[in-house]
Design a protein around this ligand. Structure first.
Ligand code: SAM
Length: 228
């Protein structure tokens, strides 16, 4: 089951890597850029931070963090092709990219002040193990910041959003990415995540002291910050 999910996720992101950035900005009408910026502001990232950006993909979160003055950044991801796009996109990424799964990290304990994950946790095949690893590699008082999709709670926004998310987005995604699975997987994985995953509980079980949540844009997106 878990190996299946890992292989499925790796295959999807390896397949859509060159069209990922365009589709991301297009399908969210650019609002994903605001969400990443807001998450970094909420977590008070800055020049003293030593950052591990996990599930970094093509690097948009890590590159945004650079604009906040962060100098030490490592980007890590499961998908070689996503990392390749990151590498080609940025001079500063060179030498600071690692191919790894989040569930077993190749870093020493207490190595980072911050870990960030944007739109990645939902895809992890074992979120609990990943959070235990986050706790291990974070230094004392370190923070893990997760930006992830959620579903709006009720009303007209929820109906409109679900219509867009289940009907329009997969059709456009399929057409442009030429991958039949990727943009059906996206709404399915968000549904499943929203229904079944309690990040606060998982962070606490992994040993984090305090966890806070911030809802963005009618609850479509959520920032969760866990303090070691
Ligand atoms: C939707 S992309 C997000 C990329 C980037 N963070 C962003 O904001 O655009 C999700 C990324 O998570 C990575 N990923 C999924 N499961 C993973 C795992 N278990 N370990 C490491 N990376 C994983 C995928 O390869 C993919 O690049």
């Amino acid at each position: 089951m878990t190996i299946n999910k890992k292989n499925q996720v790796q295959r999807i992101f390896d397949s859509i890597s060159t069209r990922y950035d365009f589709l991301n900005h297009f399908l969210s009408a650019g609002i994903d850029i605001y969400w990443r910026r807001k998450a970094l502001r909420l977590t008070k990232i800055g020049s003293k931070s030593k950052l591990l950006d996990l599930a970094c993909g093509t690097g948009d979160f890590a590159l945004e963090a650079e604009k906040f003055g962060v100098k030490e950044i490592i980007g890590a991801d499961l998908s070689f092709n996503m990392l390749k796009v990151f590498h080609e996109k940025s001079e500063s990424s060179k030498g600071k990219i690692v191919q790894t799964i989040a569930e077993v990290l190749p870093f020493k304990s207490n190595s980072f002040t911050n870990i960030t994950v944007a739109f990645g946790v939902r895809n992890f095949f074992d979120i609990q193990s990943a959070f235990i690893e986050f706790n291990r590699v974070l230094s004392n008082k370190g923070k893990a910041t997760v930006l992830e999709f959620r579903l709006p709670e009720k009303g007209i926004v929820k109906s409109l959003y679900l219509f867009y998310f289940h009907k329009i987005l997969p059709a456009i995604g399929r057409l442009i990415s030429k991958d039949n699975e990727a943009y059906t997987y996206l709404p399915e994985s968000v549904n499943d995540f929203d229904k079944n995953i309690n990040l606060v509980e998982l962070f606490k079980k992994a040993g984090f002291e305090k966890v806070e949540k911030h809802s963005l844009t009618f609850g479509i997106c959520q920032v969760t910050i866990a303090y070691k």
